[in-house]
Design a protein around this ligand. Structure first.
Ligand code: ADP
Ligand code: ZN
Length: 722
């Protein structure tokens, strides 16, 4: 007998499912995707529970479920995961569900694919466009209409015209498969003994339930080939694999490597995948047809039919943290999802996060170490250039020692890289006459000059404007000077120093779109570039065979902000940047320009002593009670007017429950005090390791009325920075 009431979770900002009546004849199961009325709208929701009695409204007033969608029901593991993430991040459950339903939200019936083929008669009127269509159909082959239009370089209307005239015939095609099946037994490289041992441990874990592995290998140690063996084993068992990669690492190089190992590339999942393709992958993941997904953090919420393994590559990467909306760290949530699904998870990194390193040291995570590079290549030798003594002089950024090293490297026909983690031309523009600095009208931030775009840009909200002809403060004409370097300015200096070098500037704002970025990276891999100037785009797992020198322009940029993760982030970034060098030749060199050559981060880098860095950093965190030895959360209050934000933050602070091991600090101005015209005030929760922070926050919020009007409250449990 079918249930009479359904509790349906809808993908909007609600915490609980709504009750609906189940019409006679509609047979529902938990996890089904259904359309339901929601106020004036119809939305796609998920049957969270079935019941004989509704929970809230009087049964007579309940609206009915309209229809069940033609899609696989969500699996209990995914539903449990949605519940867990919502509970941990204090997000409305509906908003977490929304991440899982996208693009299922708009899921219609599978779309028919229309193909066309030649019929007998030639068209009455022949045009160049029509001739191209017919040529593409040479041999009477059947073609999908949209592919044919693309191939012939015509609009679909041209093809429709030919169909109307009877020169072509429209036919229904079978649905396109979402992905071809990777072949686990495709020929592969011979693993080194260390790789073999790590791969064997992972293979042994496939099918043995939940476990966390830290695949801890130096840069160029062949971590990818190792986890590919675990992927192969899981595929042999007929189960699915999720590979999480920092978004930018979804380069063709990775996809090509996967294809070399498995015969076909994995299905890709990130923001640039076209909506139709997303829909097909979503369905393919749910049906089990898609065996491997390589995706950015949002892929965690895909509806896998039978997930057997999760890999988080470059697990330390900051892009795993989502800060807008549901604030979650995909690396941590991957571990949660693996636990719920009782499958192994592999965290791979040459520079593990301090949290992961501590877990491995305590034996909670199994460490699989790859201490040397493939083929025995040595790790790069790192030296500091002391900018207090050996700097390049005013208005220049490349020290003579670094310039000489670049010269030698390029002269040998090898590649060099200059790293500066600053987009644009100059971080600051000021008036020579009065010292006025150009700032963003809606943020508490300076405008950054982007000379290539001829605009001044706010890196926080995207506002941009041309450089004004006169100072808005004192009226002096033609008065602005650029202060400090960005990659564009660095490239200008490099072009002057090395006029014959082929330069490539790798910066997200200079290279629009994934395709162009991929092409640029491929050109570097092929050795068509002598000198790479890059922002943190270059630090992410690339393998540039001819690169032997990596120079860091501003070694002090990330240090000393009072941010507790500054040291960790700086160490990881430089270690990774320098780790791009000498991956094949083994004669890599790293040079770091710094005003603080004695800083512990620099000392550890120069000594090539990773353990020294972790020992120092772990001890410092433990002393200060910082993660993972203590827990943090931030409550960010924002409002159009500063007093409204401050008043709500004060009310929040006053209502904070007293609990042993918890301290609430603030309210204080947030690091960016005004963002997009909204004033921001923040409270910081510091708690002992044993405190269940989400529960504490829930108890707290239950004592305060929710924010009203323009006031907003954003909660971040385990913030990346503060
Ligand atoms: P990591 O991710 O640890 O930095 P990669 O997995 O990118 O290292 O491997 C570095 C390079 O070595 C890649 O070009 C890879 O194809 C190659 N490689 C890895 N393992 C082997 C092996 N056993 N034999 C030959 N080449 C290998
Ligand atoms: Zn702004």
């Amino acid at each position: 007998m079918s249930a009479r009431f359904a509790e349906v979770l809808v993908p909007v900002a609600v915490a609980e499912p709504y009750s609906y009546a189940v019409p006679d004849g509609l047979d529902l199961t938990v996890g089904d995707l259904v359309t339901v009325p929601l106020g004036p709208r119809r939305v796609t929701g998920v049957v969270w529970q079935l019941a004989e009695a509704p929970r809230y409204a009087r049964p007579g007033r309940l609206k009915p479920v309209e229809a069940r969608l033609d899609a696989e029901p969500l699996r209990p593991e995914l539903m449990a995961f949605v519940d867990w993430v919502a509970g941990y991040t204090l997000s409305p459950r509906g908003m977490v569900l929304r991440m899982a339903l996208r693009p299922g939200e708009t899921l219609g019936p599978p779309r028919p694919r229309i193909g066309v083929r030649r019929t007998g008669p030639a068209p009455a009127r022949m045009t160049a466009q029509r001739a191209r269509v017919l040529a593409a159909l040479e041999g009477g082959l059947c073609h999908a209409k949209n592919e044919l239009a693309r191939e012939a370089g015509v609009s679909a209307a041209v093809i429709d015209g030919l169909v109307d005239e009877g020169a072509l015939e429209a036919v229904a095609l079978p649905p396109e498969p979402a992905a071809r099946r990777p072949d686990p037994d495709h020929p592969t490289v011979d693993l080194s003994p260390a790789q073999g041992a790590a791969a064997a441990a992972l293979k042994g874990a496939a099918g043995a339930g939940f476990a966390v592995f830290l695949l801890d290998g130096v840069t160029g140690s062949g971590k990818t080939e190792v986890y590919f063996e675990a992927v192969a084993e899981v595929l042999r068992r007929g189960r699915q694999v999720l590979l999480l990669l920092p978004e930018i690492a979804l380069t063709t190089a990775f996809l090509d490597r996967f294809a070399r190992r498995f015969g076909v590339p994995p299905a890709e999942w990130h923001s640039e995948v076209a909506p139709r393709r997303r829909e097909r992958i979503w369905r393919g993941v749910a049906s089990g047809e898609v065996a491997v997904v390589a995706g950015a953090r949002s892929a965690l919420f895909l509806p896998f039919r039978d997930l057997g393994l999760i890999v988080v590559d470059e697990e330390h990467d900051g892009s795993y943290k989502q800060e807008e909306g549901v604030a979650y760290n995909a690396r941590d949530m991957a571990v949660v999802r693996a636990r719920i699904g009782r499958v192994p998870v592999v965290l791979a990194s040459a520079t593990p996060s301090v949290e992961t390193e501590v877990n491995a040291r305590r034996g909670r995570y199994h460490r699989l170490a790859l201490p040397t590079r493939v083929g025995g290549a040595a790790l790069p030798k790192i030296a500091a250039i002391d900018m207090t003594r050996d700097g390049p002089g005013r208005g220049r950024w490349i020290a003579p020692k670094l310039a000489a090293a670049v010269e030698t490297t390029i002269g040998r026909g090898e590649q060099a890289l200059l790293f500066l983690n600053r987009r644009g031309y100059a971080p600051l523009t000021l008036c020579r006459a009065c010292g006025h600095r150009l700032g963003c009208p809606s943020c508490d931030a300076w405008l950054v000059e982007h000379r290539a775009r001829r605009r001044l840009v706010c890196h926080h909200c995207g506002f941009s404007m041309p450089r004004p002809p006169a100072c808005p403060h004192c009226g002096t004409q033609e008065t602005f000077v650029a202060v400090g370097p960005g990659v564009e300015r660095l490239a200008e200096e490099a072009a002057a120093l090395f006029p014959d070098a082929r330069l490539s500037i790798l910066s997200s704002d200079l290279i629009e779109g994934v395709e162009r970025l991929r092409a640029e990276i491929a050109a570097i891999e092929r050795g068509e570039v002598d000198l790479i100037i890059g922002t943190q785009l270059v630090a992410k797992g690339h393998h540039f065979p001819r690169l032997t020198l990596a120079g860091v322009i501003d070694g002090d940029l990330g240090l000393g902000h009072g941010d507790p993760r500054a040291a960790e982030r700086t160490f990881q970034l430089f270690y990774q940047v320098v780790g791009r060098a000498g991956r094949e030749s083994g004669s890599g060199q790293g040079l770091i320009q710094t005003y603080q050559p004695k800083h512990p981060v620099m000392t550890a880098l120069i000594a090539g002593d990773r353990e020294l860095f972790y020992d120092t950093e772990i001890a410092a965190r433990e002393r200060a009670g910082l993660p993972p030895f203590g827990r943090l959360a931030t409550l960010l209050v924002s409002a159009a007017e500063a007093p409204a934000a401050e008043a709500y933050a004060r009310a929040l602070a006053a209502a904070a429950p007293l609990e042993a091991g918890v301290r609430v600090l603030g309210p204080a101005e947030a690091p960016i005090a005004v963002l997009r015209g909204r004033h921001r005030v923040r409270l910081l929760v510091r708690a002992a390791r044993t405190v269940r922070v989400p529960d504490y926050l829930r108890a707290w919020l239950a004592r305060v009325p929710p924010p009203k009007g323009s006031v907003g409250l954003a909660i971040d449990v385990d913030p990346q920075s503060f």
